[in-house]
Design a binder for this molecule. Structure first.
Ligand code: KG4
Ligand code: ZN
Length: 351
């Protein structure tokens, strides 16, 4: 394997298994050649959330088939692959281990370079696939199940965290509120569906104050919704679930949009991007589009399927690391938690 012979537009196989999606994708440069996902969300839904052991078993069942399909649908053969990029953190440890072990074996057997990808940087890199001309600097809203942050991307390699949640992530708040409203897992899309029939007329805490600066705080909002529902139930009064869902959705999202646009204006960038599962929310997408247009900012918003977990984004971040010459070796291990914007190299150097 000669990783020094780097190509301008390498063919990269991405593998993702950090939660309940087993995904594999092939990209050539920034072009997506294939993108496959097998999800265990339907089984997890029966338990009201992700059961780590069930996720690991589902990944073990699916990973080889998903990779095979991704390679076949890309119209390539194994030997065409220039590097194998895999999510090594953050996520459920057992789930990550399935993808990491598979990727190591695959890269070893085919004598291909291995790239370790931070899942969160994958969410950020999805925008490079959506707009193949996108170049830093830009400001990004990251809104997923595990993270909520506003980042200033200075170069493909370097992020400045302008603000982040001080407690719950916004996706986590969607999932918890969904449970209180008796909506099934995954909570985010179900809140969005429920909210579509409601009015945002239930009083919610003032979110702009929470956290301060570009930081966020979601625990107060979550508690307010829980208290509202429980108080109504204790008094034997009824309430409209759809109105609660709509009110929560507005409160949770308006602050994200407002702070992201303010950060872009303050940093003097002309482009905003977004990523993470909550960026698939229709209300967020429409609000961010409107706010960016109003402020003369270009918005790069990946298609919904590239906001939620997928492997094309892992391959896209793999491409960034490939160009930086940041490869992993056979000692690569999964990590349940890694710093938000860290690369494999920076985490390794911290040891
Ligand atoms: O990025 P993601 O797929 O996985 C993580 O890296 O966490 O994000 C999952 C989160 C979940 O909390 C899910 O409820 C939320 O994204 N989500 C949504 C929507 N689709 C997924 N939240 C609001 N509206 C949606 N349409
Ligand atoms: Zn994710």
């Amino acid at each position: 394997m000669d990783v020094l012979l780097k190509k301008e537009n390498p063919i990269i196989l991405g593998i993702e298994s950090s939660c309940d999606e087993t995904a594999a994708a092939v990209i050539c440069g920034r072009k997506i050649l294939s993108d496959e996902i097998a999800s265990s969300a339907d089984i997890q839904s029966l338990y009201g959330g992700v059961v780590p052991e069930i996720a690991s078993r589902a990944h073990t069942d699916a990973v080889a088939k998903v990779v095979e399909k991704a390679v076949k649908n890309a119209g390539i053969v194994y030997d065409d692959i220039d590097a194998v990029a895999v999510t090594y953190g953050a996520g459920l440890l057992g789930a990550l281990l399935v993808g990491v072990s598979f990727a190591k074996a695959f890269a070893y057997a085919l004598n291909k370079p291995l790239i370790a990808v931070n899942h969160i940087r994958g969410h950020l890199a999805a925008s490079y696939l959506c707009d193949t001309t996108l170049k830093p600097p830009f400001v990004t809203l990251l809104a997923s199940g595990g993270h909520t942050a506003v980042l200033h991307t200075k170069s493909e390699a370097e992020f400045e965290i302008l603000g982040a949640t001080l407690d719950d992530a916004v996706g986590e708040a969607f999932d918890k509120v969904a449970r209180v409203l008796g909506l099934k897992y995954p909570g985010g899309p179900n809140i969005e569906r429920c909210a579509a029939g409601g009015k945002a007329n239930v009083p919610m805490p003032k979110m702009l104050k929470g956290g301060g600066g570009y930081n966020f705080s979601y625990s107060g909002l979550k508690t307010a919704v829980i208290n509202y529902c429980h108080t109504k139930e204790q008094k034997g009064e009824s309430y409209e679930k759809a109105d609660v869902a709509a009110s929560f959705q507005c409160a949770a999202i308006d602050v994200l949009v407002e702070k992201t646009v303010a950060a872009a204006m303050e940093k003097g960038v002309d482009t905003v991007t977004a990523g993470g599962g909550v960026a698939a929310n229709g209300y967020l997408r429409a609000s961010l589009q409107k706010a960016c247009a109003k402020n003369g900012l270009k918005l790069v918003l990946p298609e919904k399927r590239y906001c939620t977990d997928n492997a094309a984004m892992i391959a896209a971040e793999g491409l960034v690391q490939y160009r930086l010459g940041n490869f992993a070796d056979m000692t690569l291990n999964a990590k349940a938690s890694i710093p938000l914007a860290a690369t494999f190299k920076t985490v390794q150097n911290q040891k």
